[in-house]
Design a protein around this ligand. Sequence first.
Ligand code: T3D
Length: 263
Amino acid sequence: MSDYENILFSVEDGLATITLNRPDSLNALSSGLKADLLHAIRRLGKPHSDVRALLLTGAGRAFCAGADLTEGGMGGTERDLGKSLMDDYHPILLELANLEIPVLSAINGVAAGAGMSIAISADIVIAAHSAYFLQAFVNIGLVPDAGSTYLLPRLVGGARARAMMMLGERIPSDQALEWGLIYEVVDDDMIELRAKELGKRLASGPTRALTGIRQLVAKSLKNNYAEQLQEEALMQRKMGNSQDATEGVMAFIQKRDAKFQGK
Ligand code: T3D
C-alpha cells in the first residue's frame, strides 16, 4: 500500500512502515520527501483503528542524509533556513511527537543532519552494525536543528553531544549503543527482520499504555519529581479504566498471554 513518490508506506498486522525512498541521494530530505512524510504521519494521527505502531526506516544504504543540499533554497544566498525549518520540518517532528502510537526507527545506514534528528526522535531506535550517526551540520557551517540540540544532550549528555555537534564526526552504531543513544545494534542482514519483529510486538501491545509511556517520558524532561509523580498518578488513573489493563490482569490470573486490543 504506497501512493507516494518519495516514501514507501505500508500497513501490516497493525504496524505502519514508512521507508524514506530516495536511495540515490541517501534519502536526503527534498521538499517532495518532506511533504510525503508529513502526509503519511498525519494519516496515522487520525483515528485509525488498525494502526498501532509506526516503523521508520530508509531504502538502500542510508537511513537519511539530512536536508537535500542540491535543492535551490539550500545553496542560494537568499535562503531563509529558519522559515524552511518552521514550515517544513517542525510540522513533521511535532506530528511525530504527538502520535498516539509508539514509534520505532530502524537505522539501516547513515543518519546525518536532520536525518539523525528524525532517527533519534523515535521512542526506540535500533541500528544496523554498519550504520553511523553524524551531526553533519557543522561540516557545512550550520548549527544542529530539527530537534538535535534538544534530544542529543538528553540522550548522551552534554559532553558527548557538544563533541558530536562541534566535530561533525561519524559515530558508529556500536559507539552509539555504548553511549545510550540507541537501544540495540543488529547485524546488517537482520535489521529489517528485527525491526518488523519489534514493530509488530509494539503494534500488538497495550497501545494506550505505550502512548502513556511516551507522554510521561516526554514530560519527565521538564517536570520536577513531585510533578512527575502527579503525572504518573493521573495517567495511571486513565490506564486503570482501559480494556487492555483489565485484559492484562485477567490474562495474568488465568496464566495465559494477554490479547491487547489497543483500547
Ligand atoms: O532548510 C533546511 O532544509 C535546513 C535544514 C538543515 C538540516 C540538515 O540536515 S543540514 C545537514 C545536511 N546533510 C549533510 O550535510 C550531509 C551531506 N552528506 C554527506 O556528508 C555524505 O553524503 C554522507 C556522510 C552522508 C555519506 O557519505 P558517502 O561517501 O557514503 O556518500 P556520498 O558519495 O557523499 O553520497 C552518495 C550520493 O548521495 C551522492 O550523489 P551522487 O554523487 O552519487 O550523485 C551525494 O551527492 C548524495 N547525497 C548525500 N547527501 C546528500 C546528497 N544529496 C543531497 N543532499 C544530501 N544531504
